[in-house]
Design a protein around this ligand. Structure first.
Ligand code: PMP
Length: 312
């Protein structure tokens, strides 16, 4: 159950958490017309800092554009500033931030263009998505019987509410069968991604990850891993991945804002590599957690401090 914080930002104003409600006939309720983000704010020795704020705001604006929400009413910079203000107003040290742009109450019918666009920014405290233990031990997952959507059906590059009906099918099926997550294939039968995570496959020291054309969300954590791998000198290719490469991999791991970098120890009850976190995932985790906890230098400017530096 969510633990409420004090305030939610709605169209430029802070309102009490409990007042952030919408009408049941809002367009989004029937037709799934929303775009959103999931962002983490981490506690660092220098105070709370948001991970890759600019990139998340940019993806939200991109998602909106794909769905012809041309005018959100706020610039990317204003939205980013409002998110920082949100964390300050709620006096959070670390939290998860959920911005949502939705088609609101007005007309009824499929055409969304006459409905207002409402923007909400909320934050709350959220721990490790697949469990603390998962980061060290790895998780047991399956290949889903559900595919990701075909490229000419729902646009995968947009982080849109409706996409998550597909994610829910993948997740529920996995849980029903005793797995913690499912890996979906694309409609060509190649590996795509988890219900809420991108995926990486290591064999013979080389990392493989599906390209953006494989119906994946362009993950910000995925992008961070591409950067870290390059800097660490670990070869990485974006390439189509046949399902069976998963089974014979030395390591497989997920990436995502919620999942961070989570190793996978078995797929369809087949042990992956040594059956626990492998050296490549561990190395990437070390770098990643080093940056987000502030114990390693933020070489890439990934952290935005929530409180402006004193004297700045
Ligand atoms: N794929 C899907 C379907 C997701 O929901 C997420 C989480 N946003 C990801 C991948 C990972 O993206 P990110 O690293 O930006 O959180």
């Amino acid at each position: 159950m969510l633990t409420p914080t004090d305030k939610i930002w709605h169209n430029g104003r802070f309102i009490p958490w409990a007042d952030a409600t919408i009408h049941v006939l809002s367009h989004v309720v029937s037709y799934g017309s929303s775009v959103f983000e999931g962002i983490r704010c981490y506690s660092t020795p220098a105070g709370p800092a948001v991970f890759r704020l600019r990139e998340h705001v940019r993806r939200m604006v991109d998602s909106a554009k794909i769905y012809r929400m041309e005018n959100l009413g706020y610039s990317a910079e204003q939205l980013g500033d409002a998110m920082l203000e949100l964390v300050r107003v709620n006096r959070m040290d670390s939290c998860y931030i959920r911005p949502i742009a939705l088609r609101g109450y007005g007309e009824m019918g499929v055409n969304p263009l006459h409905n207002p666009i409402d923007i909400y920014l909320a934050c709350w405290s959220w721990g490790k998505y697949l469990g603390e233990e998962a980061l060290a031990e790895g998780v047991d997952v399956c290949v889903s019987s559900w595919n990701r959507f075909a490229p000419n059906t729902l646009p995968a590059l947009a982080k849109a509410g409706a996409n998550y009906m597909n994610s829910q099918l993948i997740k529920m099926e996995a849980l029903a069968n005793g797995y913690s997550e499912g890996i979906a294939l694309d409609t060509a039968g190649y590996v795509s991604e988890g219900s809420g995570e991108n995926i990486f496959v290591v064999r013979d020291g080389k990392i493989h990850t599906p390209p953006l054309g494989a119906s994946v969300l362009p993950g910000i954590t995925r992008d961070s891993i591409l950067t870290l791998a390059r800097d660490l000198g670990i070869p990485l290719v974006e390439t189509i991945i046949p399902r069976e490469l998963l089974y014979i991999a030395d390591e497989v791991f997920f990436s995502g804002t919620a999942a961070e970098i989570t190793p996978i120890r078995s797929i369809d009850k087949i042990k992956i590599g040594s059956g626990r976190r492998g050296p490549v995932a561990e190395k990437l985790q070390k770098e990643f957690f080093g940056v987000i906890t502030g114990s390693r230098e933020d070489r890439y400017g990934w952290l935005t401090p929530v409180h402006a530096a004193v004297g700045a």
